[in-house]
Write a protein that binds this ligand. Structure first.
Ligand code: LLP
Length: 431
């Protein structure tokens, strides 16, 4: 495999887009037009991210991890950008793009967005029967990535004899939080030492056994994370060497991190690609990667309006109209997102220690804790950075809060791609 080249990381396509790089004026205009809370999603930046990723992994199949952001506009953008064009088996009919799907719902969305079934990997984690039924019925050409022997048995019982890959549990994990270091969690995949035997046994049945898979975790950024990723790849490579099956691909998952703090350096993607290729050097199979976050995180910000300002003994509380139902990551993982005041006179205001809190009746409903911000005032517009991955995707209606609207920017224009839930949407499915 040849070496990557991220020379596209230039002025026009920098390794990272920071919150400070967004135009305050343009964001204020969008908030005025569509209201808040509002996700602003820059599809041109999604394309740039894909371009850098593809340059670092020129020989790999890229399967976008749909769970990071399953919006139709994002899926169509990546499909058009050619994600996965290389990952399609030779001779497969016209399947130029790839998607990694975690559920029947994600497969449904990927198909709706025009992904060819043959370019879809369905990562079946304890798959509900309804999911299996849908996927095998509607898209039998998918590659099913099974993570348990039991899942293979269930596929067999359903008469599936299509493309099968095995997810390996590497036993080590990496990521921004223990909660997402899936490689260390036995829920995902089969143990390394049992994998070659399972692959051989599946091939002896009717399955078309095509690959092995492992995923270290989500949000790798440090050198230690990259070393863990390498370890994971070495373990999955050992499975590929030991099985007697002639594998088409080794899928090393996603997990490529992005910096959430302004002073954090971006991931050295070439170093990750080199480590991946080194670890796979003795394996004669195609490399597949499944990035989610890397492609979409810095392409989006969340806009919120300050509606209440409260002085407490410790800090100023800026109460906003977005919260843990709009962006769950801070509450769930203690994740850090930058916050920027877009008030026109922000630069003239004194700095305050402030926390940004939402409208939900939970103490965990905090978007940012104890930050230095221009003194918040009611009516201010705030932007929350790096909101594109697992942002709107994890939005929910707890406290009967309508999920936010999403506006997409592309080619100098903008359009509403997801309407804000109305109050009647909240009860629309009740009987
Ligand atoms: N492939 C598999 C099998 C995965 O489980 C995941 C993520 C990915 C690929 C994509 O990982 P990424 O490139 O996006 O890091 N909600 C959490 C992240 C959960 C990730 C779960 N699996 C968060 O907000 O940080």
């Amino acid at each position: 495999m040849s070496r990557g080249n991220s020379s596209v990381a230039s002025e026009s396509n920098p390794d990272v887009r920071r919150l400070a790089d967004w135009s305050a004026g343009a964001l204020r205009e969008l908030a005025a037009e569509y209201g808040t809370p509002l996700y602003v999603q820059d599809l041109d930046r999604v394309r740039e991210n894909h371009e850098r990723l593809a340059a670092a992994f020129p020989d790999a199949g890229v399967h976008y991890a749909v769970k990071a952001n399953a919006g139709r506009a994002v899926l169509e953008t990546l499909r058009e950008a050619g994600a996965g064009a290389e990952s399609v088996p030779a001779g497969t009919k016209n399947a130029p793009v790839g998607a990694e799907c975690a559920s029947a719902g994600e497969v449904y969305r990927a198909l709706e967005a025009g992904f060819a079934p043959a370019g879809i990997h369905y990562t079946a984690v304890n798959p509900p029967a309804r999911d299996l039924a849908f996927v095998l019925e509607e898209a039998p050409e998918v590659t099913v990535v099974a993570g348990a022997r039991d899942t293979i048995t269930r596929l067999d019982e359903r008469g599936f004899s299509g493309r099968l890959a095995l997810r390996v549990h590497p036993g080590v994990g990496a990521g921004h939080s223990e909660a997402v270091a899936t490689g260390a969690d036995a829920k995902f995949g089969v143990p390394v030492d049992r994998a070659p035997g399972l692959l051989d046994a599946a091939a002896a049945r009717d399955f078309d056994v095509v690959g092995v898979h492992a995923h270290a975790g989500s949000g790798m950024l440090s050198d230690a994370d990259v070393a863990t990723h390498r370890e994971v790849v070495e373990r999955v490579a050992s499975v590929a060497r030991e099985t007697t099956v002639d594998l088409e691909f080794v899928d090393v998952g996603g997990g490529f991190g992005v910096p959430y703090r302004p002073d954090e350096a971006p991931l050295d993607l070439d170093a990750v690609a080199d480590a991946t290729r080194d670890a796979l050097a003795s394996v004669d199979a195609k490399l597949v990667v499944e990035p989610g976050r890397y492609l979409v995180a810095d392409a989006s910000v969340l806009l919120a309006t300050v509606n209440t300002v409260k002085q407490t003994a410790g800090a100023t509380l800026a109460g906003v109209d977005a919260g843990m139902t709009t962006l769950l990551r801070p509450a769930l993982y203690d994740a850090r997102h930058e916050v920027r005041s877009l008030a026109a006179d922000a630069n003239d205001r004194p700095e305050r220690r402030a926390s940004v809190v939402g409208p939900v009746c939970e103490s965990t409903d905090v978007l940012a804790e104890d930050r230095s911000l221009p003194r918040p005032e009611r009516g201010d517009l705030l932007a929350v950075g790096n909101a594109g991955a697992y942002g709107v995707e994890m939005a929910n209606q707890y406290n009967s809060r309508p999920r936010p609207a999403v506006v997409a920017l592309a080619d100098g224009d903008h359009r509403l791609v997801r309407e804000r839930d109305s109050l009647s949407d909240l009860t629309a499915s009740e009987r």
